[in-house]
Design a protein around this ligand. Sequence first.
Ligand code: R5P
Length: 299
Amino acid sequence: MSRILFALPGNEVLTQSLAATLEAEVGETVIRHFPDGETYVRILSDVHQKQVILVCTLHQPDSKLLPLYFLARTARELGAGSVCLIAPYLAYMRQDIQFNPGEAVTSRYFADLIPGIADNLVTIDPHLHRFNHMQELYTIPAIALHAAPTLANWVKSNIAKPVLIGPDEESMQWVKEVATLAKAPFLVLNKTRLGDREVQVTQPEMAKYEDHTPVLIDDIISTARTMIETIQQLRKLSPLPPVCLGVHAVFAKGAYEALLQAGTAQVITCNTIPHMSNGIWVDELLAEAIQSTTSQRKV
Ligand code: R5P
């Protein structure tokens, strides 16, 4: 079955790059809004009996979901052999438990929507915390790729003497793997979240690492409060300004600027979400995973 890739708005650069690596066609669409705010979708390319790959990273997901759904439905109506969703950043992974009575467990509800769009899913470092595996949430085949080797390569090539720091226990999974691959020491701190934009982070034990460059690593940078609080702790203890590495540059409004002003040497993210801080590329990782996806539609 031949392959055709479609970029949802904002995903054009990654889509072109994946298509070039895979020697696949890039499909043409019209996706726009009517004056009343409803979405218009049209597919101009032939998708009949092809593996349709929809590339749509899912930060700010609410406005992306309907265009994505309509495009997938249209592809199926036009005879697509199968539909695969490439969502380098997967949304709604953080509300994975009811913290207070009456709350929506949106991780689960969101996961229930995706089989209405795609037959399989490829993502990178989904925020698996209380769920350990994608298949606990997703009923379609879901590949979770890991950026750790790519992050480790960056650390090895750019930081002479690093000490890696994870701001909270959830970050242990990434930090430990990056540290092992980069052959660097690591510390994992404790974080208490007091609100959407308020966190407390414990002081790192930096005594042994005063001549090391602290490299903070987290999966998501959203308000950047986690990174900023960690930087503030480090500034009391380390003479060297820290480098911040994030997989997903979600960056809520003003967060990137606040992080730059907090005393970091550098902020580098993966291109799972297009952002000016991108400096670590996941294209190859995604292309390999697409190669491995079955093009059969789930029955
Ligand atoms: C949390 O559990 C994640 O691993 C990140 O630490 C969190 O998403 C960062 O959020 P913020 O940038 O808003 O502090």
